[in-house]
Design a protein around this ligand. Sequence first.
Ligand SMILES: [Fe+2]
Length: 583
Amino acid sequence: MSTYYIGLSVTYHDSALAIISDEGEVLFAEATERYLQNKRALNCEPDQLFRIPKLLVQHCPNPKRVVIAINWRKKRPFYENIVKKLGFLSAPGLLKTGIKKLHSTLKNYQLHHMMACQRSSIDRAGLNLVRILQEYYPDCAIAFKDYDHHLTHAATACYGSAFEEAACAVIDSYGEHGSMAFYRYRNWKLERLHEAKGLSKASLGLYYMKITELCGFDWLKGEEWKVMGLASYGKLNQKLYNLLSSIIVVNGFDCKHPSEAFFELIAKLDEFKQHPDSPIEQMADVAYTGQVFFADLVTQLLNDLHEVTQCDNLTLAGGCALNSTFNGQITQRTRFKQVFIPSAPADDGCALGAAWLAYHEDSPLQQKPPQLQTPYTGSTIKDDAVKRLIRFNRSLAFQHLPDSVCAETARLLADGKLVGWVQGCAEYGPRALGNRSILADPRKAATQDLINEKVKFREMFRPFAPSILHEYADEYFENYHESPYMDKTLHIRKSMQNKIAAVCHVDGTGRLQTVKREWNPRFYDLIEQFYQLTQVPVLLNTSFNIMGKPLVHSLEDALTVFMTTGLDVLVVNDYLITKPREE
Ligand SMILES: [Fe+2]
């Protein structure tokens, strides 16, 4: 009997779909934004009507039973009932409640909008999938499961890790009940130790969104990245730090608002609000201080988690697990010795977590040795698409290099060319990990400006990441530990900073991707060939997109970026494509 577990992430942002076989194998996992080419796919279903039939044919042949699992409880949480009854904009009776506190953290209409979208997304969850299954596979049995949002985050982190046992922290913006949850993971089971319940508790996800807003950026566009990049240029603003300390404190496993004067204190934060024309130093100080305060709070939470679990392995998930700056400091600032963060720790990753929970519920005894989950679970671009392009194209030059595509690309990179690199299955999660990447030689600092000016068109303060062969990483990074999904930022050794200047941030750090042959043989080969030519086992790796768009999905998307930017070379599988004339 063929049972398939289809996980859907139905948070209104970052929706995603994942498929697991009845043997527990991940067959497919991808965020909806890729297919739609619509960043974060706000308000879009993960089971897009026109896409589902093809996905089912490709990954779920002859299904006898399909379990649809979603990453949010269908039951309406208490605060939604309150809001529904009283309305957001006229709720004076809620002045002293947690709703009001959360309400004040963001602007009224933003919170109202978020909750309305969330509810509509949950109400629509799986409808398209059920309709298509019934139409195409009328004999297929369909079951439906819904799981606690934070439990699905925890499942993504723990089932995807190589740990047999771990402590797990989910630090998020919000779930059905609150914003954080903590678990003990062993024997393929997740035991909840604590969940922050009630909106009177502070949310570190919402806190970071507020800092993003104070820096003059837009959290709805996911611009928290910019805060981290900018923070490296800043220094501590003690007045802001003191104010933040009066608004949020850690108490055991909870973050709380300690003062009754909460609203007045939140209002005072606006004193630090920056605008696009604010001096960059001032913006950077807000970013730096916000980041330092965040790190101080999470350090306290994690130390508490270690004390309770006495386990040295940590898995981390939720939107706050995307904070690579802090992630790189965890083993130094806490007592945890190993840290695992999945490739998709935010809500797109929950689709896989939900599918895994459903699978393990059905197969509690079917346990395999734990192993690192590959991030390469998304769509492919087939050679046929390239062949069609060759047939009708009248301007580009093509080389088919099945035996030497890595060697030739490495030569071009060493020669200073900017390369769009598309191979195999796309990455699950926000980072380009060598399958949908723009690559460049990391040796010259000027390459940063070149990529910004010719390809990415983004702010100068945002760094580019190094992808490094694991065997050499300790030579280049202090306190090196593996970062398979570009999830940690570490200090580059002083002696190496000039050697890889284009990927060395202003504070001497780099958000590295560890590359091992067994994780991605072709990308490993490419970097190794580059190393043979330059004695540098590192490539500059940035996402294959232009600002404001998701990673490329189809050959047409890749060509659009290639033809409308200063990229010199496009490599798709074994095909190397160049423009008619050099610039
Ligand atoms: Fe979440």
